[in-house]
Design a protein. Structure first.
Ligand SMILES: [Zn+2]
Length: 302
């Protein structure tokens, strides 16, 4: 309660001077592929006046991101008893293609704008040298899968479904055979826009794939229905722009639109689509960008 009063006093004293008086950015420094969280609290005495942050957006790397409402109104805020409960949150993804160094993030609101500084550190991703001809490697995705996957990874549903007090579960128990962010060199030349968009687990055919967190199946793609590259694949929406992906499966244990819990069996490992052998490719997307799932699997994520 003491903390709440202090927080309200700070808000009362500062809210009218600048847009950022109730905005937090954390952490201030991330490695390429990690997520920056920008969160805020609207002025709590003006009931119903949530436009302050609701109409704001964040610009970063030529993309625009919107805030999600964490708690809908002041009454719910009191009920929730979260002493530092944030009302609005947005997750800004960085990738191996993000430029390293001190970068700017701009918060644009109807009543003004503020700029935040974020330090992006090198992810030091492994570079894989491939001697095969480029032509042989650029196997074409079909239009069907391209469209469906693009739609799935850009899904934005307002409510957070995962339990933010726990880390996510590992989707397959096998060793990791390829890490996130791996870059490729074709005949000595770095493929400019390529990076490995997930973690590969070297599970044998038929080994279980489990949902790492609560969510809803939004896409179930089948190799025989045109998913030539991804093979049999699943995409799960975890809410607030967070979507996970499971590729090259041999079997499905869920259906489209089905809700899944953390640890639920969703499929089995296979080598459908373009795969050099049986493995699970596990990807994580935040607001449409592929991010590094590692941290999500080792610590709780807000
Ligand atoms: Zn992979």
């Amino acid at each position: 309660m003491k903390n709440n009063i202090l927080l309200l006093l700070i808000l009362l004293l500062t809210h009218s001077y600048a847009v950022h008086s109730a905005i937090w950015i954390r952490p201030n420094s991330v490695k390429q592929g990690e997520v920056v969280i920008l969160s805020g609290l609207y002025y709590p005495f003006e009931k119903g006046n949530v436009s302050f942050l609701n109409e704001c957006k964040i610009q970063f790397e030529n993309n625009e991101y919107k805030f999600s409402k964490e708690i809908l109104n002041w009454e719910e805020y009191i009920k929730s008893q979260k002493q530092n409960g944030f009302h609005f949150i947005t997750r800004i993804p960085t990738t191996p293609l993000s430029q390293i160094g001190q970068k700017k993030m701009t918060l644009l609101c109807p009543n003004g704008s503020e700029t935040f500084s974020i330090n992006i550190l090198a992810g030091n991703f492994t570079i894989q040298s491939i001697k095969l001809s480029k032509k042989k490697n650029s196997l074409q995705r079909t239009e069907i899968e391209d469209k469906a996957v693009k739609k799935a990874i850009n899904t934005f549903s307002p409510n957070k479904l995962w339990d933010d007090s726990k880390s996510w579960l590992i989707p397959n128990n096998a060793r990791q055979s390829a890490s996130y962010g791996l870059r490729r060199k074709y005949n000595g030349v770095l493929a400019k826009d390529y990076f490995h968009k997930g973690i590969d687990y070297a599970g044998w055919t038929g080994s279980p794939v489990k949902s790492p967190a609560k969510g809803k199946v939004i896409l179930l793609g089948k190799e025989k229905e045109g998913f030539a590259v991804h093979g049999n694949c699943l995409f799960i929406d975890h809410g607030q722009g967070v979507v996970s992906a499971y590729l090259h499966l041999s079997e499905f244990y869920v259906e489209e639109n089905q809700e899944v819990t953390a640890g639920q069996l969703i499929g089995k490992v296979g080598n459908s689509g373009i795969a050099t052998g049986p493995h699970l490719h596990f990807g994580l997307y935040v607001n449409g960008q592929s991010v590094n799932p590692s941290r999500w699997l080792s610590e709780s994520t807000p």
